[in-house]
Write a protein that binds this ligand. Sequence first.
Ligand code: TYM
Length: 333
Amino acid sequence: MKNRIFSGVQPTGNLHLGNYLGAIRNWVRLQKDFDCIFCMVDMHAITVWQDPKELTSNTRMVTAGLLAAGIDPRNCIVFNQSQVFAHAQLAWIFNCVARLGWLNRMTQFKEKAGKQRENASVGLYAYPNLMAADILAYKATHVPVGEDQKQHLELTRDIAQKFNNDFGVEFFPLPEPQILGEATRVMSLRDGSKKMSKSEPSDYSRINLTDGPDLIADKIRKARTDPHPLPDSIAELEKRPEADNLLGIYAALADMGREQALARFAGAQFSDFKAQLTDLAVASLGPIGEEMQRLVRDTSHVDKVLREGAERANALAEPIVRQAMEIVGFLKA
Ligand code: TYM
């Protein structure tokens, strides 16, 4: 089977450094050598309440972020999920393939639903089935994501396998996660035990791609650390989550291994290290943020990219999902 890459991002809130280093920057690199499809997953977004106007503007904003980061719609397909009906159709079939027991194990649902489980939407619970449909509607073989999506990809493989077994076919591939780079799980700047996320109330917990130089500097300056200088071994570093996180961010932005970054800063005070991290972050993210602000004002361009992307995505997904429907035994009209 030909290699094909699919990945997605929710158009909720701002894109942050975790999205960039864990996913988007890798997508930019992969688009040159592979057949790639990148999706703004607006149907996933509404599994928790979204103000309709904000959902529209966030979809454009996140698309602008991808384009500003270097995703080129001439090299790959960029679109928003709700425009391609195949996702919802295949998701329904997968709702009937996946088992309740499988979904009950999903840690992201447990985290997101929290104590309000009874009040969570059915969509939030079935979310991983839609994600499997996103990937398999294109028979994608590789899925570049951050560490937090690994469990969802294991479920995708289970769904593909069960579909194939139940119907006695070799129809869906078992897609492989691609968890790449030194920052596959960027943590909050305020708490090294929590993931950097769009939904965290404190904006100082994350660096957004739209943050200007002064704000980036201030957030890094205020990032939580401990009172000791940076250690000289990875084993020591791993005992200090906040130091480990900041060093991982530095290594990823500088495109070097953790060991190499540590060798550069072993014994350094945080104030010196943070100043260099700030310079690097501003140099890497500044131009992306500026281009994003420019693109987001050009809504007609962004909408055109999404419309054309949706047409191309639909042309790939529709025949695959139709075949899946036939395998299930749905009568063709
Ligand atoms: P989302 O929108 O939460 O995040 C988009 C991408 O960013 C990665 N990411 C991170 N990486 C490192 N550190 C972090 N702190 C961090 N936070 C987010 C995510 O791993 C992801 O790769 N369910 C997905 C969207 C999705 C999808 C798909 C992905 C829907 N269908 C099909 C791949 C294939 C999500 O909520 O990502």
